[in-house]
Design a protein around this ligand. Structure first.
Ligand SMILES: *Cc1c(COP(=O)(O)O)cnc(C)c1O
Length: 459
């Protein structure tokens, strides 16, 4: 198909929304390492995980072999409220960059939660309801995950208890009100409503919190209240499975119009959007059918892939979760308060960690002032106000497009635009005022938190 005939904004038909999720683990030669039970040091089985997580989600978590999972009809009925999402050609950005590259982005921000997180939130709420539970607990940093879960719990009829990192709770009161409007109960973390919260407050008085602390509190609440389970918005294998809907839709649109990406770029916090976007493409790469360059972009203030260590570590500060083998900065690492709240997790999806370790992906880290410059250029050319998290992927794509300008290569670059930035205007304000600063951990900072990584599973 000639370039002209391909619409700038590709919307699939409703009937083309994928009806199955794809599990990239099925095609991985080296599977991601299993979660370890911190009490025994042995791989977690079904019975280790079901006190914390919903049964069907545990089955998905542990399944390294089934390639395709049917998306239940009830979830499909919810997906049609915000899917398909468009695949958009960034023609004005290309023009501004003077690049021969073709830039496409998959836009997941067209729903009230403002991000891709609704794809997994709705799946997790559905399985909790199906199990007959009363409610679910979770943590939220920037607030997108909490909002997505609040919306999904309202849809499926579940209680939703959100521990929100204190700095975000204070900086983003409007996020909090959106969650409450959908019926969620929102507590700033660390709080004095849990043992682990009280302990963290005693050790770090005045702390503004972290995702790691909020996870500990949400897990404690779930296991100590009848009829509740804990749900997590990223990192876990099940979340990447649900997010594969992003990549599958992208692949259908690409195949329909003969678009062949050379380079696929995504921002990486816990790895769920990137994992979801690349899944079907990575599957082709793993099976030796096609090759793609795949690039993860992370903040220089929280550089788990580019400067972390590949080891078993806890997923939370309070050390109540199972251990995951992943690229980690250490569960005690608390990144400086930057504005890409959704990218501040100390670890990375075990699936992406393994793929990166095995050389199937690259990773780069950028400072937040550069990222906001890219966000501004994107907003002014493409019209969409991007989330700070998503803007890492924008900058990654811009850097590759600039290389094409130097070499004259007409590469096709695809990136994931995970969300919108309407709740991040305090961050935009400090960028516009010229007061935004970059802060990068020193090697000594990282060495100190690496030293606290437990020996379990690592020798
Ligand atoms: C949560 C979030 C991210 C990062 O999370 P991943 O699990 O790495 O995808 C990126 N962008 C937005 C808009 C988010 O809300």
């Amino acid at each position: 198909m000639t370039d002209r005939k391909i619409p700038t904004k590709i919307y699939l038909e409703e009937s083309e929304i994928p009806r199955q999720w794809y599990n990239v683990r099925a095609d991985m030669k080296t599977k991601p390492a299993p979660l370890l039970n911190p009490a025994t040091g042995r791989p977690c089985g079904f019975d280790d995980l079901t006190p914390v997580f919903c049964d069907d989600l545990v089955r998905q978590e542990l399944d390294n072999d089934t390639a395709w999972f049917d998306i239940p009809q009830e979830i499909q009925d919810y997906y049609v409220q915000f899917r398909p999402s468009p695949l958009i050609r960034a023609r004005q950005l290309e023009k501004a960059l003077g690049t021969p590259a073709k830039i496409y982005f998959k836009f997941e921000g067209n729903n009230t939660s403002g991000s891709h997180k609704l794809n997994s939130a709705s799946a997790q709420a559905y399985y909790a309801k199906k199990q007959g539970l009363k409610g679910v607990t979770t943590e939220t940093g920037a607030g997108q995950w909490g909002t997505a879960l609040a919306m999904s719990c309202a849809f499926f009829g579940l209680d939703c208890k959100v521990f929100m990192v204190k700095v975000s709770y204070e900086q983003k009161p409007f996020r909090r009100e959106v969650m409450r409007t959908y019926g969620a109960d929102v507590t700033p973390s660390p709080s004095n409503t849990t043992n682990v919260g009280r302990q963290i407050l005693a050790e770090h008085p005045g702390t503004t919190g972290s995702l790691g602390c909020a996870i500990s509190e949400a897990v404690e609440y779930a296991v100590s209240h009848e009829g509740y389970r804990y749900v997590l918005g990223s990192v876990l294998n099940q979340v990447l499975l649900h997010q594969s809907v992003i990549g599958l839709e992208t692949k259908i649109a690409c195949d329909k119009y003969g678009i062949e990406p050379d380079i696929i770029v995504g921002c990486a916090g816990g790895g769920s959007n990137l994992g979801g976007l690349i899944s079907p493409f990575m599957g082709e790469k793993l099976r030796g059918e096609k090759d793609y360059r795949i690039i993860a972009v992370e903040p220089a203030s929280c550089p788990s892939l580019t400067r972390g260590t590949f080891a078993y570590d806890f997923c939370d500060t309070g050390r109540v979760t199972p251990l995951a083998k992943m690229y980690t900065l250490g569960a005690d690492f608390i990144p400086s308060p930057n504005h890409a709240g959704g990218l501040r997790f100390h670890g990375m999806s075990p699936i992406l960690s393994q793929l990166y370790h095995d050389g199937y992906m690259e990773a780069v880290a950028y400072e937040q002032t550069q990222v906001f410059e890219a966000a501004t250029l994107f907003a002014r050319t493409e019209g969409i106000l991007p989330a700070p998290e998503s803007s890492h992927a924008i900058l990654g794509a811009i850097r590759e497009a600039e290389k094409c300008r130097e070499t004259g290569e007409e590469k096709t670059i695809l990136f994931g635009l995970t969300g919108t930035g309407y709740f991040d205007l305090v961050a935009y304000q400090s960028f516009n005022d010229g007061t935004l600063t970059d802060s990068i951990p020193t090697d000594a900072d990282l060495a100190a938190s690496f030293a606290k990584i437990p020996p379990m599973g690592n020798n």
